[in-house]
Ligand binder design. Structure first.
Ligand code: G6P
Ligand code: MG
Length: 213
């Protein structure tokens, strides 16, 4: 009964976690703020500015909004320098084959990402013109767990939420899906989420879900 699927990008289609970590770490070290991989895990699905606020929880200093915008910009420059090394080799065969099959059986495919770098990442991994709709962090006012990004993606696909499945690796993303009236499939961190209807171990399980097997 699903006519379309909206995929989160980071942690679902490809893995940018390590790059986010290195870029935030470089900024945190410069500011003398403690930062580790556990804290990085809390940033999944969360916007850049909200991520910065979480990182600065460990800072003794109080910064102005202008300073915070500069820090976020600095982190993004480090991050973009790292993204340059991404290529179609960063798209797994499992993910690519599954997407191709889903498309072949008539399922509409969209991206719903909090990232402002989503379109650049899609280009790097060779999916620049692949999806029927791409909605990213540049187009939304409210980041996940607000459902805005998924509702806009469903609207672009011309499909109501109840006929769209959302695939997510972050708790904030599963919550956004449920709040928007979507069924959610969790993988990675979000696989064990009690709010996800499906718990994916492998990406290609999506084909069985869509074909109703
Ligand atoms: C994704 C990632 C988050 C990241 C957010 C914003 O949701 O999972 O970790 O903070 O995008 O990314 P951006 O590329 O706009 O800084
Ligand atoms: Mg994600």
């Amino acid at each position: 009964h699903y006519q379309g699927i909206i995929f989160d990008l980071d942690g679902v289609i490809c893995h940018t976690d390590a790059y986010h970590y290195l870029a935030w770490k470089k900024l945190a070290d410069r500011l003398g703020v403690y930062f580790d991989k556990q804290i990085n895990n809390r940033l999944r699905g969360i916007s850049r500015m909200e991520s910065l606020d979480i990182i600065l929880e460990n800072s003794k200093n109080v910064y102005t909004d202008a300073e915070k915008h500069e820090f976020a910009e600095e982190k993004n420059e480090y991050y973009r320098q790292l993204l340059v090394q991404m290529s179609p080799a960063d798209l797994s065969a499992d993910v690519k084959n599954t997407l191709d099959i889903l498309r072949k059986i008539g399922c509409k495919l969209a991206i719903g990402s909090s990232s402002k770098n989503a379109r650049y990442i899609l280009e790097r991994i060779g999916l620049g013109h692949y999806f029927d709709a791409v909605v990213d962090g540049n187009e939304i006012q409210h980041s996940k767990p607000d459902p805005e990004v998924f509702l806009l993606a469903a609207q672009r696909l011309g499909i109501v939420s109840s006929s769209c499945l959302v695939v997510e690796d972050a708790a904030a993303g599963i919550e956004a899906a449920v709040r928007g009236g979507f069924d959610a499939a969790g993988l990675g961190d979000a696989r064990v989420s009690p709010f996800a209807k499906y718990h994916l171990i492998q990406f290609d399980e999506l084909i069985d879900i869509i074909t109703g097997n």
